[in-house]
Design a protein around this ligand. Structure first.
Ligand SMILES: O=C(O)CCC(=O)C(=O)O
Ligand SMILES: [Fe+2]
Length: 287
């Protein structure tokens, strides 16, 4: 306001006065800017930090692809299993149907109440003591002369039958049923590349139900190595826990992969079932 009024001053000193006023205004503006410059710089730093952190978070989420954890390692899912239903894919239409066994109800189930921690640890001991002969990566379960393989297999079979409303008598063990030992060393063959997304029914043909018995703990025995169901809208993970059994219908409704192991060793047994008696294999031989 003062500035506008003084602009109208006429007289010999008018120009001089105007110059002084202008200089005064410039100085005032400069000191105003100096006052806020620090604040602006601080704001800029905060903004950049937030944007950088956001970008990092986004990149790390792309890297791990994790969006939802179904079951954490530290949770104990017992005695009731935890079940997640999903609509069955049409994959089963391409195969002969076996009423009482072919999936009509599809989904995933996790339970810590079928195999005890002791049983799971005993099988790891068998593995380390040499009672189990072990190849570079995979051990065939037929060679597993452990205490209770049939027993464990029978209990897993009963749990699957119960969860999906099947007749356990109409389910058969099928190939491949195997031990896996995964660590962070580089894969030597394509067979070792466990981390690729896949559908068990497509990969192995005869599978109708896949079960996984975990023999080590995510977070303390190994890092990475979470099991991931790759759904259209999300990736859903199961964290391995010693003695945990996770099972699911084997069609494309359950596309999945295993996250790369980044540290330690991850042990698991894949026990697979078919409804087709022609693809049945006999029980692992006991001594
Ligand atoms: O070990 C696992 O968690 C999954 C292995 C798997 O996807 C398979 O055996 O088909
Ligand atoms: Fe699989």
């Amino acid at each position: 306001m003062a500035v506008t009024r003084l602009r109208n001053i006429k007289g010999p000193h008018a120009t001089e006065i105007e110059r002084k006023i202008k200089r005064g205004n410039t100085l005032r503006q400069a000191s105003w800017w100096r006052g806020y410059r620090g604040l602006a710089a601080l704001l800029l730093v905060v903004l950049c930090t937030c944007a950088g952190a956001g970008l990092l978070l986004h990149l790390s989420s792309l890297d791990s692809d994790i969006t939802e954890t179904l079951v954490r390692q530290r949770e104990l899912v017992s005695p009731q299993p935890r079940a997640y239903g999903v609509p069955c894919s049409e994959d089963y239409d391409n195969y002969k149907r076996y009423p009482g066994c072919t999936p009509q109800k599809c989904g995933r189930v996790v339970t810590d109440g079928v195999v005890t921690r002791e049983e799971a640890l005993a099988s790891i001991l068998d593995l380390h003591s040499g009672a189990l002969s072990m190849g570079k990566q995979f051990v065939n379960i037929y060679r597993w002369e452990g205490v209770s393989v049939s027993n464990v297999r029978g209990r897993i079979q009963a749990a699957i039958a119960e969860a999906f409303g099947l007749d356990p008598e109409l389910m058969y063990l099928t190939k491949p049923t195997f031990f896996s030992r995964i660590n962070s060393t580089a894969a030597r063959t394509q067979h070792d590349e466990y981390w690729h997304p896949h559908i068990d029914k497509v990969t192995y043909g005869s599978f109708d139900y896949t079960s996984l018995l975990y023999l080590s703990d995510y977070g303390s025995d190994f890092t990475g190595g979470r099991f991931i169901f790759m759904d259209h809208n999300a990736n859903r993970t199961v964290e391995p826990r010693t003695g945990r059994v996770s099972f699911f219908s084997s069609g494309s409704e359950n596309l999945h992969r295993v996250e790369k192991v980044t540290w330690g060793t991850r042990y698991a047994i894949t026990v697979s079932f078919t409804c087709d008696p022609e693809h049945a294999i006999s029980d692992p031989a006991l001594p």
